[in-house]
Design a protein around this ligand. Structure first.
Ligand code: SF4
Ligand code: SF4
Length: 301
């Protein structure tokens, strides 16, 4: 049954599929991942979870240098979150039973990283991202509760806390060297107060000058630490999806001229239309990109 479900997920286009079940008490995995590390309720009422990775890959258009245009990072140019949910819904329909028994977790309040680590979908990189064997860190992670018990997979075996980073210089790995703001600490965590992606997602009210001056042409998304990672340099094919298409770059002044309802309508169904982002964050990102182009840094945008 387990092989059939994971096989069906792979056949549906996921690049990784693992099963997470409660770990035997007393085992290393139990000590490492059972509560409080695994979020409470993520398997409440569900004997097992299917944990999947959907690749967005790195075979994307490179936008031309053009004045006034803000770049959208490749992972946001399609709605891969919605695509993963759609594929899991298809799988759910094939498994049968009550729909309510299969809760889909994707871009939800349940953090995906502990699920991916505990199930062995990938290993933590020094840049704080999950690195999968099939598609490096160029994936989104989605999970689905299963209403029946299955044997679970365990975390990836390997030496030390960063088994996939063994080939990199420990003091100054490529991901750390590439981060424009010094946000990659190298210990698997980020200094979020320095991370462009964190601010681009509308997480803070004000962007400090030290981050604003490194903003560049980004309208949404910073991928420097991923682009530099040795696991992402080979060609990685992304999943095909037509959901939420956005171009590689958008006219920043056009965006600034739009009202909230216009921006909401423009980005509905896309990654930039996600509820936690909002028109205010999009406008702020656009102003920061225009400031960067002009060589101006405005404090606390
Ligand atoms: S997303 Fe950008 S700013 Fe954030 S850690 Fe990675 S390279 Fe640094
Ligand atoms: S660049 Fe090297 S150290 Fe950094 S996450 Fe990738 S493999 Fe790990």
């Amino acid at each position: 049954m387990k092989d059939a479900i994971c096989g069906a997920a792979l056949a549906a286009g996921f690049c990784g599929a693992r099963i997470l079940a409660p770990f035997e008490p007393g085992t290393a995995a139990h000590r490492a991942f059972e509560p409080p590390v695994l979020p409470g309720g993520c398997r409440s009422g569900a004997p097992a979870l299917l944990v999947t990775a959907l690749a967005y890959g790195n075979r994307h258009e490179t936008p031309a240098e053009a004045a006034g245009m803000g770049i959208i990072a490749p992972f946001a140019r399609r709605n891969y979150y919605r695509e993963a949910v759609t594929r899991l819904q298809g799988l759910r329909a094939r498994l049968g039973g009550k729909k309510a028994d299969y809760r889909i977790l994707c871009n939800s309040p349940v953090p995906e990283k502990p699920l991916a680590l505990a199930s062995g979908l990938g290993a933590l990189g020094r840049n704080g991202l999950i690195i999968t064997p099939g598609a490096g860190s160029l994936v989104i992670i989605a999970a689905m509760t299963l209403p029946f018990a299955l044997a679970g997979d365990g975390p990836e075996a390997g030496e030390g806390p960063f088994p996939r980073c063994a080939g990199c210089d420990r003091e100054r790995p490529p991901c750390m060297a590439a981060c424009p703001t010094g946000a990659v600490r190298g210990d698997g965590s980020l200094d979020l107060k320095r991370c462009i992606q964190w601010y681009a997602s509308g997480k803070e009210a004000a962007v400090p000058v030290t981050v604003a001056e490194k903003w560049g042409r980004r309208l949404y998304g910073c991928t420097a630490c991923q682009d530099a990672c040795v696991h992402n340099r080979r060609p990685i094919q992304g999943a095909e999806t037509a959901l939420g298409p956005l171009p590689a770059a958008l006219d920043l002044r056009d965006l600034l001229a739009q009202s909230d309802p216009e921006l909401k309508a423009r980005f509905k169904g896309t990654t930039l239309g996600l509820s936690w982002l909002g028109p205010g964050a999009i406008r702020r990102n656009a102003r920061l990109a225009l400031d960067s182009e002009k060589g101006e840094v405005v404090a606390n945008r």
